[in-house]
Design a protein around this ligand. Sequence first.
Ligand SMILES: *[C@@H]1O[C@H](CO)[C@@H](O)[C@H](O)[C@H]1NC(C)=O
Ligand SMILES: *[C@@H]1O[C@H](CO)[C@@H](O)[C@H](O)[C@H]1NC(C)=O
Length: 164
Amino acid sequence: MSIKLLSACLALCVALAAAHVKITPAEVPANKSSIIQLRVSHDCGDETVGTTNFTFIMPMKMKYVSVELDTAWKILINKDEEDEDYVRSVTFLGFLPDGFYKLFGVRMRFPDLPAGEKLYFKSYQDCHNQGASLAWDQIATDDNPKPRYPAPYVTLVEPTESGH
Ligand SMILES: *[C@@H]1O[C@H](CO)[C@@H](O)[C@H](O)[C@H]1NC(C)=O
Ligand SMILES: *[C@@H]1O[C@H](CO)[C@@H](O)[C@H](O)[C@H]1NC(C)=O
């Protein structure tokens, strides 16, 4: 890699590293309902535009989903065609200027899967009038442990013994 390419990468990769779509909390109990938040903070590569469309795909069809209301954004909830109790994906249409972040909140019941299981929420971010988009949908593998556009995820932990 040339010095020029390397320094371009250093600048860009640092910006991208800070800008990954992230989910908090990072861990949620299996077989229980929890609220998670997806944090979006990056434009699509041009600082003069902002995000106009954010979509995340459920790791599997999910039940008991409720999305935090935000009247500044139009919210499209894409239900499963065969069973309306399940949600496949959620799209938010609005405007997030470059330089700001936004937390998209959603509550759902997480599946009864073993602790340690990672659930990926592949995310897609579109930018104003650019036809540009960022796909945060890469999953780390042994060959590529640090993908450039990682899909945000939560890790399941054992449910606590507390009541509802
Ligand atoms: C999962 O939750 C359901 C409903 O609360 C409960 O009946 C079931 O026993 C739970 N499964 C496990 C493995 O704890
Ligand atoms: C929002 O973005 C998603 C993913 O890029 C795309 O499939 C969808 O058509 C867009 N929706 C609108 C209304 O632009």
